[in-house]
Design a protein around this ligand. Structure first.
Ligand SMILES: [Zn+2]
Ligand SMILES: [Zn+2]
Length: 89
């Protein structure tokens, strides 16, 4: 039997419409997300999407990474310009 009083787990003032297949919580229409044809609450969908992306696959660009990338690009372009100038002269 569905636990709870038929109210959305996240919105006690709203009537529950479905049950999340992951956490079995009652969720309202707004909390229901259809992914792969399966009802999930928003937080379980986020977890699911995270799992799909794979562990450690997510690239987070910190300011240091961006600065390093820009520096590397500048060095490469500097080298190219230098070579071009040497070749042209
Ligand atoms: Zn859930
Ligand atoms: Zn809700």
């Amino acid at each position: 039997m569905i636990q709870g009083s038929g109210r959305c787990h996240y919105h006690p003032e709203r009537a529950g419409l479905g049950v999340c297949v992951e956490c079995r919580r009652v969720i309202c229409r707004e909390c229901t997300t259809q992914f792969e044809g399966i009802n999930r609450c928003a937080s379980c969908l986020a977890q699911r999407l995270e799992a799909l992306e794979g562990p450690g696959e997510r690239r987070e660009w910190s300011a240091a990474n961006v600065a390093l990338a820009l520096l590397g690009m500048a060095l490469v372009w500097g080298g190219i310009l230098l070579v071009a100038r040497v070749v042209a002269s």
